[in-house]
Ligand binder design. Structure first.
Ligand SMILES: *Cc1c(COP(=O)(O)O)cnc(C)c1O
Length: 228
């Protein structure tokens, strides 16, 4: 717990430094702690340290840990992984925000699962690589996906874009492209001003490029177990 607290404080100090260097307010940046592969006990420890935003990338783990953490009032779960359409209802039942909407069918499935009158915040994941297996809509398809949701998915609220930096490119240039896509999305969806970018290795570059939501795992949690 002491180690966890010091790693969290260290990351938050680095976020503040990067924000200052970029001339931004750190208060406008949401730090999501990615807890994948770690037990729900870690989520409870993080909660005691004041963390209210946590992220998971697999539906089954999200569902299990959300149930195990139901006593933690005000905790927000962010779904950040590639999502199968058939898992949309389970994801929607557990997550406050889905960062990885990248195709019409997934948006439709999430929308259909919203039959309780709620509105779900979603981000459109953009693929910054040429590899379709990496997830995300190709940049050329971003506006069409946004229009599809605006016209056909009344229970979804498009808040912005999400991306993972490519492995073979400096993150700063990739996140600069993402900032351009974010601007294009805002032209189509006024107010969709969230940018989810930045992980342990590249969150400073993401902050410099305007990220509003950081998804940070191992720098805070320590090394991930290989399985639960
Ligand atoms: C695991 C994961 C992260 C966090 O990765 P770290 O390098 O541990 O900070 C962020 N985003 C996504 C989509 C992830 O799957």
């Amino acid at each position: 717990m002491d180690d966890l607290a010091s790693r969290l404080a260290d990351v938050d100090a680095r976020i503040a430094d990067a924000a200052r260097a970029a001339g931004r307010e750190a208060t406008g940046i949401t730090r999501i702690v990615v807890t994948k592969f770690h037990p729900a006990a870690l989520v409870a420890d993080l909660y005691r340290l004041g963390v209210r935003d946590v992220g998971e990338n697999r539906q089954q783990e999200l569902t299990t840990k959300t149930a195990q953490s139901s006593a933690l009032a005000g905790l927000r779960w962010h779904f950040i992984g590639q999502a199968q359409t058939k898992k949309a209802r389970a994801i929607r039942a557990a997550a406050s925000v889905v960062h990885s909407v990248d195709r019409n069918r997934l948006a439709d499935a999430l929308d259909r699962a919203g039959d309780d009158g709620s509105v779900l915040d979603v981000l459109l994941q953009v693929n910054l690589t040429d590899d379709p297996d990496r997830g995300g809509v190709a940049p050329a398809g971003l506006e069409a996906l946004a229009e599809h949701i605006l016209e056909g998915c009344p229970t979804l609220r498009v808040r912005g874009v999400m991306a993972v930096a490519p492995l073979d490119e400096p993150p700063a240039s990739a996140f600069e492209r993402l900032a351009g896509y974010a601007q294009r999305l805002r032209a189509a969806v006024p107010g969709a001003d969230w940018i989810s970018a930045g992980m342990t290795a590249d969150f400073a570059e993401a902050i410099a490029a305007g990220a509003t939501h950081l998804r940070i795992g191992s720098a805070i949690t320590g090394a991930r177990p290989t399985h639960i």
